[in-house]
Design a protein around this ligand. Structure first.
Ligand code: NAD
Ligand code: G6P
Ligand code: MN
Length: 446
């Protein structure tokens, strides 16, 4: 059934205690002319973590949009009844487990990353159950609602929902292609990603642009290639003021990633697969990205929230909508108001990439309207990309199979196949440590 346009929409944010929640709430309020939100509900399974964020958001909403109903709960029935959209941003195991995902592989000389390599696989085996739980609540209490999921690792979560909930109204999406398109638009003297028309293929955190044009159809690839050859995604003309130093290094490293195939422009995440030795060399195994996020984003978001609650007002804190979450509003609006805008989505391939597994979850441009999405066909991919994608999609599929079948064997195969892992013996050592660390979250493996 197509979604019908309404006078106002009810939105539930799952993972209400996320560091991204205040930015998303402010974004929803800021964009009300384009997407009229009438009710915002936060839902989390950790009441204490959510309380801090939610109490501050409640004050902000009361002061700035008193006509919007705001609430927060840990009760699924209250959270998911009578809603139009779920924005899902859960992190099963929270930063404590992200820390283990990053530091355990490093003990064995393998990179430790939130969504790539063994850490990403471990996170995947935690996330599948959490995302299915939220999806099932949504379907139970609001069967016509859509879930926009950006809980990571999106590739593994998407494959799990394809296999286990094939008819569900869930769209998996990532902000990285959009963020990089903003950077490339600036390189070309344009405003943002809305000014680019692109061809892109790959898996989530594992893709390439093969065509980038402006809305008049002019080829922007030559300009972008010149920039990549010098600075990767960093350098003059790229607005990097908002990124931490570790992200800046990733934007710079894209120059070396790009060098492998100068015909295309790579997603930054490919550095973890193409230069894993470099990444390990430049990582302090005692202080990884989780430490940076805890000392940075988490401390500042929770610190500000506590102060707002103490003072009883959100005025004077300079709170800003998260410009990078605007795509979520664009996507919700495309579904609600049938805008037929193009988005990069993580969807079953079904031939969008011709010479690739039809059942793979690929990331490709799609046209979105009130009945859902239609893929834009991307033709065939070159041998280099095909080889990499075949290997990585097998990792993701085996990880999901391992979760479904409770299979140690399949999980060992998944870890071994990851391009970030040098051998089956190293894979086994990393895996055995991860099994121990994830006891509380993974199915018991046989
Ligand atoms: P966070 O740990 O601050 O927040 C996650 C929240 O989810 C926590 O409050 C936690 O209690 C809650 N949670 C965990 N399991 C839950 C469950 N089963 N039901 C309800 N709530 C649950 O994490 P963060 O750094 O703010 O990131 C949030 C999520 O968004 C992560 O999955 C992250 O990877 C993802 N993310 C994705 C993209 C993308 O491009 N796809 C971009 C940014 C963030
Ligand atoms: C990008 C990716 C997300 C990822 C995030 C990590 O936005 O698209 O999928 O979760 O970066 O950022 P962090 O600051 O938490 O390391
Ligand atoms: Mn992402």
């Amino acid at each position: 059934m197509p979604l019908m346009a309404k006078q106002s929409y009810a939105v539930t944010i799952a993972g209400g205690g996320s560091t991204y929640t205040p930015g998303v709430v402010l974004m929803l309020l800021q964009e009300r002319e384009r997407f009229p939100v009438g009710r915002i509900m936060l839902y989390d399974n950790d009441a204490k973590r959510q309380e801090t964020i939610a109490a501050a958001c409640a004050i902000y909403v009361r002061e700035n949009a008193p006509d919007v109903t705001f609430g927060y709960t840990t009760d699924p029935e209250v959270a998911f009844t009578g809603i139009d959209f779920v924005l899902a941003q859960i992190r099963v195991g929270k930063y404590a487990m992200r820390d283990r995902d990053e530091k355990i592989p490093l003990k064995y000389g393998v990179l430790g990353q939130e969504t790539c390599g063994p850490g990403g696989i471990a996170y995947g085996l935690r996330s599948i159950g959490g995302v299915l739980e939220v999806l099932d609540y949504m379907e139970k209490y609001s069967p016509d609602a859509w879930m926009l999921n950006y809980s990571n690792p999106a590739a593994i979560v998407a494959e799990a929902t394809r296999r286990l909930r094939p008819h569900s109204r869930i769209i998996n999406i990532c902000d990285m292609p959009i963020a990089l398109m903003d950077v490339m638009a600036t390189m070309c003297g344009l405003h943002d990603h809305h000014d680019l028309v692109v061809g892109y293929y790959g898996l989530n955190h594992f893709g390439w642009w093969w065509k980038i044009e402006d809305v008049q159809g002019r080829d922007l690839m030559p300009t972008i290639r010149t920039h990549m050859a010098q600075n990767g995604f960093a350098g003059e003309g790229s607005d990097m003021a908002f990124v931490d130093d570790s992200w800046l290094q990733t934007f710079k490293k894209a120059k070396d990633v790009w060098a492998l195939d100068p015909d295309t422009i790579p997603n930054t995440y490919l550095k973890y697969y193409l230069y894993p030795d470099d990444v390990v060399r430049h990582t302090d195994p005692m202080h990884t990205r989780t430490d940076e996020v805890r000392e940075g984003r988490e401390r500042s978001v929770f610190g500000t929230a506590r102060q707002i609650v103490e003072k009883g007002t959100a005025e004077g804190f300079g709170l800003k909508a998260d410009a990078h979450s605007e795509y979520i509003v664009d996507l919700a609006r495309a579904l609600a108001e049938n805008t037929r805008e193009r988005f990069m989505l993580i969807v079953p391939n079904e031939g969008a990439v011709e010479n690739f597994d039809r059942t793979a979850m690929v990331e490709v441009p799609c046209v979105v309207g009130s009945t859902g999405y239609e893929r834009v066909c991307q033709g065939t991919v070159p041998q280099f990309q095909k080889g990499m994608m075949e290997q990585q999609v097998s990792v993701e599929k085996l990880a999901v199979s391992a979760w479904i079948d409770h299979s140690y064997q399949e999980l060992w195969q998944a870890m071994t196949l990851s391009k970030t892992v040098p051998s089956a013996s190293v894979a086994k050592r990393v895996l055995d440590d991860l099994v121990e660390a994830n006891k509380e979250f993974w199915p018991e493996l046989r």
